[in-house]
Design a protein around this ligand. Structure first.
Ligand code: HEC
Length: 95
C-alpha cells in the first residue's frame, strides 16, 4: 500500500517538473485583473503564438515595435483579423 502512495507521489513530482514552463511569464499577470475580452485575447495569444517560438512577454517590445511584428505574425499564425484584434488588445493592455 505504502509503495503505491510513494509511486504516485514520485509520478506527481515527475509530471509537475516536466510540465511546460513557456506559459509561466504571461501567467504572472493576475487573471482577475483582466476583463473577459482581454482574457480571451490572452488565451488566443497563448494558444497561437507559442507554436514556433517561446511566448514573448508583451513588455518585451514597445507598442510601436509590436505593430509590424503583429502584422508579420498574423500571416505566420494564419489568424483572422478579429482574433488578431483581441490578441493585440491584450498585448497593448500589458504595456
Ligand atoms: C509559423 C510560425 C510562427 C507563429 C505561429 C508565430 N510566430 Fe512569431 N516568429 C516566427 C519567426 C520565424 C520569427 C523570427 C523571424 C521574424 O521576426 O520574422 C518570429 C519572431 C517573433 C517575435 C520577435 C520579433 C522581433 O523583431 O523581435 C515576436 C515578438 C513574435 N514572433 C510574436 C508572435 C506572436 C504575437 C504570434 C501570434 C500572433 C506569433 N509570433 C506566431 C514564427 C512564428
Amino acid at each position: 500500500m505504502k509503495i503505491k502512495i510513494i509511486a504516485v507521489a514520485i509520478l506527481g513530482i515527475f509530471l509537475y517538473s516536466c510540465s511546460p514552463k513557456v506559459i509561466a511569464p504571461v501567467s504572472e499577470v493576475k487573471k482577475t485583473e483582466l476583463s473577459p475580452e482581454l482574457l480571451a485575447g490572452r488565451t488566443l495569444y497563448e494558444n497561437n503564438c507559442a507554436r514556433c517560438h517561446k511566448l514573448y512577454l508583451p513588455t518585451k517590445l514597445s507598442e510601436q515595435d509590436w505593430k509590424p511584428v503583429l502584422v508579420r505574425m498574423q500571416k505566420k499564425a494564419r489568424l483572422e483579423d478579429a482574433q488578431m484584434v483581441e490578441i493585440s488588445n491584450y498585448i497593448y493592455s500589458q504595456l
